[in-house]
Design a protein around this ligand. Structure first.
Ligand code: 5GP
Ligand code: MN
Length: 337
């Protein structure tokens, strides 16, 4: 499924109709969110004087090296300044999300602006809040879409920093080009980015060989002491209390990737990670094949995402949320072939 209504937008960009642009992305930005935002910033700076990336919340230290990161504003704690900047901008680009509720309070601010709003995204079920959309659920990542978008700009020649931003998000959203979202077009795009001079080994090391000792120990603890196998060994579950997060000094981004480990076990077809984030219980789901965890998450945990990678949340206690998961996942398993 795809929407591309960017023809007029491209004309506006090329004719330099915009002088102040904002780029924003989802809550707790990941590699694709920051890579696409900073990559698009690199592209748009060739056509526009002021381009500001505003992240709704903080994000993992392992993304702070991405070219352009020093110029990012984090909305939380800087609301007034961001609001006044937004009030005077010509357009807001919304990347890697498709519902304004995904950017918290910032979503209400963006929703009320009269300027152009552009959604560039690859998640299912977009909400209609945009003026222009470049949306394709077949794209591996928003970074892949930004690369396609840049090709629409006549004569645009991407530099190595921008290519580095985009390669980063493609690599993280495809799990090193291993997940089912990796297509011939994905690999072709990644190859074009590498040809710009991207150092893919350095990117890998900065993101994946950047664990703190606490984070490594947390992963070991979860696999050794916390992982449960349910539903006859087809479902893996790890859940963490607020106390355990403190014990391992868990920082933003530290639990990223943990949910994937369940799927390493032979026979496991769905993996879940449930974390007590105090203000709410947050969950991550991963699956193999036709098991649509986004639908499961939407049904039981006000969530969504992709077929094989989704998330959700609960306002209930950790204990009750885990109990609800254990009960409903058995029912869900009955729908698997
Ligand atoms: P993660 O488990 O890495 O946080 O998220 C996996 C996927 O699910 C991402 O594509 C993310 O956008 C989506 N996702 C995570 N949490 C939520 C949620 O609460 N609601 C919705 N609609 N999608 C989510
Ligand atoms: Mn993405």
């Amino acid at each position: 499924m795809a929407i591309d209504t960017t023809q007029e937008l491209i004309k506006k960009i090329q004719s330099r109709a915009y002088s102040r642009l904002v780029i924003t992305t989802h809550h707790k930005p990941d590699g694709d969110a920051m890579g696409s935002s900073l990559g698009l910033m690199g592209v748009l700076k060739a056509y526009c004087e002021e381009v500001q990336v505003i992240a709704p919340t903080d994000y993992a230290d392992s993304y702070h090296w991405i070219p352009g990161n020093d110029s990012v504003w984090v909305y939380e704690g800087r609301e007034a300044e961001c609001d006044s900047y937004l009030a005077s901008c010509d357009a807001v680009f919304c990347l890697d999300f498709n519902r304004l509720s995904r950017i918290n309070q910032l979503g209400e601010v963006v929703g009320q602006l009269n300027c152009d709003k552009i959604m560039i995204d690859h998640h299912l079920d977009p909400e209609f809040f945009y003026t222009y959309a470049f949306w394709d659920t077949r794209a591996s990542s928003t970074c892949e879409l930004i690369s396609d978008f840049a090709k629409k700009l006549d004569g645009y020649d991407m530099n190595v920093d921008t290519a580095t931003c985009l390669y980063t998000g493609m690599m993280t959203d495809t799990g090193h080009f291993q997940y089912a979202n990796t297509t011939p077009h994905t690999l072709k795009t990644a190859a074009e980015l590498l040809a710009k001079g991207v150092d893919h080994v350095a990117i890998r090391e900065r993101i994946f060989d950047a664990f703190s000792p606490d984070r490594s120990r947390l992963f070991g603890y979860c696999l050794h002491e916390k992982m449960e196998l349910l539903a006859g060994g087809e479902v893996a579950l790890i859940y963490l209390s607020a106390e355990e997060l403190l014990r391992f000094n868990v920082q933003t981004g530290d639990t990223e990737g943990l949910v994937n480990f369940g799927l390493n076990i032979k026979g496991v077809r769905m993996s879940a990670l449930i974390i007590d984030r105090t203000e709410r219980v947050k969950m991550s789901f991963r699956s193999k094949g036709d098991i649509a965890v986004n639908e499961y998450s939407a049904q039981w945990f006000s969530g969504g995402g992709h077929k094989n990678a989704a998330g959700g949340q609960s306002e209930d206690s950790l204990e009750n949320t885990v109990a609800l998961f254990k009960r409903t996942v058995k029912e869900f398993q009955q729908t698997w072939k």
